[in-house]
Design a protein around this ligand. Structure first.
Ligand SMILES: *[C@@H]1O[C@H](CO)[C@@H](O)[C@H](O)[C@H]1NC(C)=O
Ligand SMILES: *[C@@H]1O[C@H](CO)[C@@H](O)[C@H](O)[C@H]1NC(C)=O
Ligand SMILES: [Zn+2]
Length: 474
């Protein structure tokens, strides 16, 4: 009987010779070899039994990447070093053109969907298998920096270049994705592109009537940027389940941990998901001097008490991962000598455990009801604006990253992403993973945002090698 070891060895040899055979048959290589007079692709033993062979071929062009990040940052509506790039504005359209051009120069075939998610594909030698995807966003909130999102788009294109230069041939196709509007700036909807890719029917419906602060409709804005041309229905954007075999996003940490601990790479194990709530109280108001304390129905104090209850319930969850913030508290009419007759509170609460976060929301709701009745005010609105489930990274993607980091001798740390990303939604339709690189003091969403060329280079290398591994998966 054939021993197991021998059988595995045989399998391994078959798969390597399969790759080499494909290499030899590539007509482009043949032409380029004829042209240059020497072999373009030295045969590479791309087995992970001997990963150092590929490792020595991996070189990131950090200078080119840095220049691209700088060039992209000039497509901005505010002066450098700040970046402001809002969905479907002229600068956004120019920045998209810049990225599509880079994709083309890297030999990717480029296509766009109805809302402007952009895809650049490098066909694998088994193009019928579901591709491995990677990407992020390039929109930037007002007066922010040039690395958030951008590192995961331009870095992904460079990762493809790294693999191409190394002579690697993907089995599954590799696809770079630029997601439309990760930031909620213009239409109040975060991760608009990835939410739609993940098949949000509610969003596709809502976008038919969504307008921005200038009363420009989403569809009108999309059309002005060259998208959503013929149809009002944008459900064509939805991805079928199984469209990708894996999705991986490279991003700056936007927190201080990696830099403070001197760790090269963060592997994200889970993305905490935000829920946001809007609450309104209405009382009778009145003159600040004339209405005596026992006769008041102070909507402002109801809001204040609710804010403190939010903190109490969050702390009471028993987990450090539960957070809650009252970021908006407005009083009407907002005069020093007038008892607030209306108050408006907006609450953001997040956790990596969905049930625990939803329990907190339920307690906040009970508090709002109790406070309203105790204070004789009306709870005129309690609205859950969004209540997204958290996402867990996929074990196979984490393991591929861990193996890569071991081969590259880079230190890493498993961590939770407390900010949301397009990966949160991609996890609904694909096994997902994310990797973080350190950024200066954790600064983000401001002009001081910075990631060193060295750290970006590390991130690109890890991305490239992990994509290579995932592309060879069955
Ligand atoms: C917004 O535009 C729509 C359609 O053009 C119009 O009917 C509506 O009155 C406008 N709303 C405001 C607040 O200007
Ligand atoms: C990683 O470290 C080991 C042992 O220190 C060394 O042999 C190997 O060459 C290093 N690999 C890389 C890619 O630097
Ligand atoms: Zn981002």
């Amino acid at each position: 009987m054939m021993s197991l070891r021998f059988f595995l060895l045989l399998l391994f040899q078959l798969s390597v010779s399969g790759i080499l055979a494909i290499n030899n048959e590539d007509p482009t290589d043949k032409t380029m070899e004829d042209f240059s007079g020497y072999p373009i692709h030295a045969p590479i033993d791309y087995s992970f039994a001997a990963p150092n062979t590929l490792l020595s071929f991996l070189s990131v062009d950090s200078t080119a990447l840095e220049n691209q990040i700088d060039e992209l940052s000039t497509f901005s509506d505010t002066p450098a070093p700040s970046v402001t790039r809002i969905l479907y504005t002229e600068k956004d359209v120019l920045a998209r053109r810049y990225v599509k051009n880079l994709m083309g120069l890297s030999g990717l075939s480029v296509r766009e969907d109805a809302v402007g998610n952009i895809f650049g594909r490098w066909d694998g030698y088994e193009p019928d298998l579901a591709p491995v995807a990677t990407g992020s966003h390039i929109d930037a909130i007002p007066y922010s920096g040039k690395y958030d999102g951008v590192v995961g788009v331009l870095g992904a294109i460079e990762a493809i270049n790294v693999l191409k230069r190394s002579g690697f041939k993907p089995k599954r196709s590799l696809e770079v994705v630029l997601f439309t509007s990760e930031e909620p700036t213009r239409f109040g909807i975060s991760c608009l592109g990835s939410r739609l890719l993940a098949g949000s029917k509610a969003l596709a419906e809502a976008l038919k009537t969504t307008v921005d602060a200038q009363n420009i409709s989403f569809l009108e804005a999309a059309r002005s940027a060259g998208y959503a041309k013929e149809q009002d229905d944008i459900s064509s954007v939805f991805l079928k389940e199984g469209s990708y075999s894996a999705f991986l996003e490279l991003h700056i940490e936007q927190g201080p941990i990696l830099e403070a601990e001197g760790v090269s790479i963060g592997i994200v194990t889970a993305i905490a998901a935000p829920a946001s709530l809007k609450v309104d109280f209405e009382g009778n108001g009145g003159h600040a001097g004339a209405v005596l304390m026992p006769n008041r129905n102070d909507a402002g104090l109801a809001a204040a008490e609710l804010a403190l209850d939010v903190e109490k319930h969050v702390l009471g969850s028993g987990s450090i991962d539960t957070v809650g913030t009252v970021g908006i508290l407005e009083l009407h009419p907002g005069a020093i000598n007038s008892i607030p007759s209306k108050s408006h509170v907006e609450i953001d609460t997040r956790d990596i455990d969905e049930k625990r976060r939803n329990d907190v929301i339920e307690k906040i709701h009970q508090s709002a009801t109790t406070i309203a009745s105790k204070r004789g005010v009306r709870l005129s609105e309690f609205k859950i604006v969004n209540q997204d489930p958290p996402a867990l990274s996929d074990k196979s993607v984490i393991e591929a990253m861990e193996a890569t980091l071991k081969e590259l001798n880079l230190t890493h740390k498993l961590m939770i992403s407390r900010a949301y990303h397009d990966s949160l939604f991609m996890a609904r339709v694909s096994p997902m993973g994310m990797l973080f690189i350190p950024c200066y003091k954790g600064y983000s969403h401001k002009p001081e945002e910075y990631a060193s060329s060295h750290n970006i280079g590390n991130g690109v290398k890890v991305l490239a090698l992990t994509l290579a591994k995932l592309s060879l998966n069955q």
